[in-house]
Design a protein around this ligand. Structure first.
Ligand code: DGJ
Length: 776
């Protein structure tokens, strides 16, 4: 999968090829990255240099056509004629910024060169091969080692770099990317996931014109503003067209940029953000960059997503949770916020257990005087008023109910009103002589300080030693503002050292408790990234559980992250943040495309709602493996008020479709439900999953089917709504894969003129799941 022939490197995965060569002047020239091609002579693919281009600087007087500015490169620098953005900026002797890295030698070996301080992709023997290339800076003793690791079966290439200072004096790295690649432009479009709190990861696309487009974070988390993952596509849709995808295994300030040069070359780079970054390297010291994961698909976005999903499930997630089914959980937060006690929790747990829920999660508010979000963070003593018998008692009760027990923590934070702050104000990230800058009433703990890291690790391990806990929800609810540590480490190193501190803490806890399931969270999806996924197999995708908003959030995430990584809960309606009323069925139909949980007060559920939820959980467990690990398709919809998601198992004999309607339109034309991934020679049955419709949906219209007229807001109808539901129309189709994949024409929706039990009554925010089974 890695070949070297006469100055040319060829990297091959199952479906892709990546070629580059050593030029006459020892630079690495990019030749090709795309659909797999045969190994052969490369002249036809190489960008030509048969003329000297005006306004360029020649690298050598003996070769006037050789200008770094017009070459497609694998790496570049400053001061040798390339005016595009440099992937590296080193300040060396006498304040010199120039760098010109030239090829020295290379080696190829099985496996990965493991990073020392950062998380990295895991692999088994022979699953990957690495090409290690040594470059040397031409006018100093600085070395750059570039790594290309090829995961053949997943169509993934990982890039990263290491800088070694062999200069006698200190050098300062002001920027060092993990990856740079130049490709000839083909009218590409640039895709990113952007948003904010409760509106994370919405997909955005823009044309790439001349200039520079950046996607970055400066909050010292990967951020809900701009997720680190990006894609570049040429006239692509879900199933056709060329798409490049990139993501970084890093949870802090990230940076990527796309630069379209005046000679129509696209430079793509990705790495740690140079925002407030200045890293000093003494003689013989090294700096390693995070892994950048790259993939290419010539079959549109779905295939890019399949490559990423497979790779993340098999190589990013820790082995204990690799492809292991995640439990159905109940979380106490939206039911009680801070207002709970032992009795309320145990009652909730009893109901949850009867419904088939497998994990009970106690969220915020269990420690010290944490009765609101102004106090207590940093302390680990139990809140005796709420939990007089302690955590152990509660955990035992939960286990007696045949559920596992999970606990919320926010270890990276401190409130000023806490014993920890009173004892150690210097543990907080703030200038002690300036006004505190608070976010959600809290400060960040200084993870650059070893004493702080020890404090956190010791406290979490103490709880895990004392209480039977199978799951931790690891929250992190504010951005970092002050770039400052009271330990007086260099400020330019603060941001990166903070993230290294986070990783060290996770590692130390998981070394002792390797089976612990961690769900990371940061006010929802503020830290949804591959770095976190190396420790926490699932991430709370958003505080927004409104299913219609989740259609955008989960859809966006699905481009780069598998469904097994997304925490998705059913909550109450009207919704906490949007006031939107949605059917219980749709709340489930969206949440089941992820790691299912419930987050609502169970005691207010009607008998019919309890029955519906029991059925949902039973159904989810039956198909959980496909929902979490199946191949996921975003299927084409012809209307803008529809979303169509599909998962299918490896054997292609079981598949599920979620078909969602946002706003109903009057007298809508027929819906066509597209399917993908089926075997064309297999016969399948497609059936609607049974679901209940609650009477209250129809208000006064119910008079059309009741013998007597009832007050739409009266006691009788309210009572009937608790004890009686009607069944949603159920469709059933039989056909071979080839026929079904032409798109199923569904039954009519209710349009006011007629009703029978073949009418789809989905209305605003309605949806159905369709179950597809091969007929043996
Ligand atoms: C923010 C999280 O996203 C919520 O789910 C909840 O855990 C709160 N923090 C608790 O403070």
């Amino acid at each position: 999968m890695i070949y070297y022939d006469n100055g040319i490197f060829i990297l091959e995965t199952k479906d892709t090829s990546y070629w580059f060569k050593i030029t006459k002047w020892q630079h690495l020239e990019h030749i090709y990255y795309g659909k797999k091609i045969k190994r052969q002579k490369s002249e036809a693919l190489t960008l030509k240099r048969t003329a000297m281009i005006g306004s360029t600087v020649s690298y050598s007087q003996s070769d006037l056509n050789y200008s770094l500015d017009t070459l497609c490169l694998e790496w570049s620098g400053i001061g040798a004629g390339d005016y595009r953005k440099s992937p590296i900026n080193i300040v060396g002797k006498d304040g010199n910024f120039e760098s010109d890295f030239i090829f020295k030698d290379f080696k190829i070996y099985n496996g990965v060169k493991k990073l020392k301080s950062l998380p990295y992709a895991k692999y088994k023997d022979k699953e990957c091969k690495t090409l290690e290339i040594k470059l040397a800076e031409k006018h100093s003793n600085i070395k750059l080692i570039m790594y290309y690791t090829v995961f053949y079966n997943s169509n993934i290439i990982i890039r990263k770099n290491k800088i070694i200072n062999d200069e006698p004096q200190i050098i300062t790295l002001e920027k060092v990317m993990s990856m740079m690649i130049d490709i000839p432009n083909r009218n590409y479009e640039f895709y990113t996931l952007d948003g904010g709190w409760i509106k994370e990861s919405h997909l955005h696309k823009r044309n790439i014109e001349y200039g520079i487009y950046e996607n970055s974070s400066t909050t010292n988390s990967s951020s809900n503003r701009h997720n680190p993952a990006i894609a570049i596509a040429e006239n692509a849709n879900e199933n056709t067209g060329n798409v490049y995808g990139f993501n970084i295994v890093y949870s802090g300030n990230h940076y990527s940029c796309i630069e379209r040069s005046n000679h129509d070359i696209l430079r793509i780079q990705m790495g740690i953000n140079d925002y407030c970054f200045k890293w000093k390297l003494k003689n013989k010291e090294e700096f390693e960059t995070p892994d950048v994961i790259m993939t290419f698909s010539s079959n549109g976005f779905n295939k890019m997503s399949h490559n990423f999903h497979k790779f993340i499930n098999n190589h990013i997630i820790r082995k204990q949770w690799q492809n292991a089914e995640r439990p159905v959980l109940i979380n106490s937060w939206e039911a009680y916020f801070f207002d709970f006690d032992q009795k309320k929790l145990i009652n909730m747990a009893k109901k949850a257990s009867e419904m088939g829920i497998e994990l009970f999660v106690l969220d915020d508010g269990w420690f010290k005087n944490r009765d609101d979000d102004k106090r207590g963070l940093g302390d680990y003593e139990i809140n005796k008023k709420k939990l007089p018998k302690g955590l152990n008692f509660l955990s035992n009760k939960i286990h007696e109910l045949n559920m596992s027990f999970g606990l919320w923590v926010e270890p990276e934070m401190i409130n000023k009103d806490s014993d920890l702050y009173r004892l150690h104000p210097e543990y907080a990230v703030e200038h002690l002589d300036r006004d505190s800058k608070l976010g959600r009433n809290q400060l960040v703990l200084d993870l650059c300080n070893k004493e702080v890291r020890d404090y956190i690790v010791n406290n979490i391990i103490k709880i895990l030693d004392e209480v039977k806990i199978e799951y931790i929800k690891w929250d992190m609810n504010r951005h970092i503002s002050d770039i400052y540590s009271n330990t007086k480490i260099d400020r330019g190193e603060f941001c990166h050292r903070y993230i290294l501190g986070v990783y060290e803490i996770f590692k130390r806890i998981l070394d002792k408790y390797p089976d612990l399931l961690i769900e990371s969270c940061s006010s929802g999806g503020n830290r949804f990234d591959l770095g976190m996924l190396c420790f926490s197999p699932q991430i709370w995708a958003s505080d927004d559980t409104d299913p219609i908003e989740r259609l955008k959030i989960q859809n966006g995430l699905s481009y780069f992250y598998p469904l097994s990584a997304m925490g998705a809960h059913v909550s109450s309606s009207p919704h906490q943040q949007t006031l939107r009323n949605t059917p219980l069925s749709t709340r489930f139909n969206v949440a089941c495309f992820g790691c299912l949980g419930y987050e609502l007060d169970l005691k207010y559920l009607s008998r019919e709602e309890v029955k519906e939820i029991k059925d949902q959980i039973e159904f989810y467990k039956k198909y959980r493996n496909i929902f979490q690990f199946g191949k996921f398709y975003r299927n084409k919809c012809y209307k803008t008020n529809k979303v169509n998601w599909q998962v299918i198992n490896k054997e292609k004999d079981k598949s599920l479709i979620g078909f969602y309607q946002t706003l109903m339109e009057a007298s809508e034309s027929n819906d066509i439900m597209n399917l993908d991934g089926l075997d064309i020679d297999t016969k399948y049955e497609v059936k609607t999953k049974a679901q209940r419709i609650f009477i209250k949906k129809f208000g006064g219209l119910i008079k059309h089917i009741t013998p007597v007229e009832l007050n739409p807001d009266g006691n009788i109808l309210r009572l009937v709504n608790r004890y009686y539901t009607i069944n949603e129309c159920e469709e059933s189709y039989i056909g071979y894969g080839d026929l079904l994949m032409q798109g199923i024409k569904l039954n009519n929706q209710f349009i006011g003129s007629y009703y029978n039990n073949e009418t789809r009554l989905i209305g605003d925010y309605g949806s159905n799941i369709y179950i597809i089974n091969a007929i043996k």
